[in-house]
Design a protein around this ligand. Sequence first.
Ligand SMILES: Cc1cc2nc3c(=O)[nH]c(=O)nc-3n(C[C@H](O)[C@H](O)[C@H](O)COP(=O)(O)O)c2cc1C
Length: 366
Amino acid sequence: MMGLLEALARPLMGLMEAENAHRLAVRALQWTPLVPPAGEDALLAVRAFGINFPNPVGMAAGFDKHGEVPDALFRLGFGFVEVGTVTPLPQPGNPRPRLFRLGSDEGVINRLGFNSEGAQAVLRRLAARANCGGIVGVNVGANKESIDRIADYVSQIELFAPVATYFTCNISSPNTPGLRELQQGKVFDEFLSRVIDARARMSRQTGIAPVLIKIAPDLSLSELDDIVGAARRYRVDGMIVGNTTVARPSWLRDRETAQEAGGLSGRPLFALATRMLAETFVRVEGAFPLIGVGGIDSGKTALAKIKAGASLVQLYSSLVFRGVGVVAEIKKTLVEALREGQHAGLAELVGMDAAALTAEAWPDIK
Ligand SMILES: Cc1cc2nc3c(=O)[nH]c(=O)nc-3n(C[C@H](O)[C@H](O)[C@H](O)COP(=O)(O)O)c2cc1C
């Protein structure tokens, strides 16, 4: 059903202004009766952060910012859905246009700037579907005008604890001025101390909800050393590598759109994000699992992320260019790879190429 609708709608949506096309996609998911996917292959099951994932392919943050369609996304075959980024108070984000496709590069640039309906609206939606099951992560961020940004993360961990399977702290969006400074030095230490304290408090009240940190792919390796060191000291549950990049590779074909300010995602991000994932993996030394995201558009690229160090993967941009069929194709490829190598599960592949990747020349992103 969705395949048919998609085949009819995609050429049309490709002509629409990108943000209108996104709204239409969310509306279609809200109103299309979707059949749950056939039973999941047990080989795809992953246990990470104390959670049992039916399959390792997640919907990355930013598609369902307001928690409108998690259940439809499960029916498309995603093993988990990350809602958000949510901010405590509603805010409009940046002026439009703020979302751009780089068609010939299969990339996207966005400078949405945390447009959010606010935590209360999202909480109401997630509470209404709380009995439906499924792994729903809540990605939290800070309001642009907030005086105490760290408090925005803490208050939302407290608020969403009853409905979130896990939390992602997004401190790596390039579109809120100053936000990425939370990744640095003493500020990051204070951030972790307060957020991990909130996790402890809430776990006593509502049960454990793991807290993951989503980082930028643009960090220097010495910044990454510090971040991983602090994350290990404070015992965060995991990290997501990573967010969109502010880099603009010179080889982008859509030169004009590439001038737009914002974060670049999709295919042009793959090499950089995968390298940063491998760099993170070798520094984490198994202390916690990683989610790999950035440029996954096929089974092959998903497998490469896993071998670079990802226990789980997420994607967003490739849905725009490849459609929802990409999820089934990834799962099929992963099962085939596991069968072929006679592996008992994906855990056996995680990070097997990480060390070799970190010895390669730095990806050409300038
Ligand atoms: C339109 C758009 C909006 C996004 N919004 C968010 C967001 O609100 N929070 C967040 O953590 N990441 C956000 N992201 C980043 C994605 O979650 C992901 O990290 C990034 O796009 C790389 O994955 P991809 O190449 O598969 O798209 C957004 C990405 C896009 C394209």
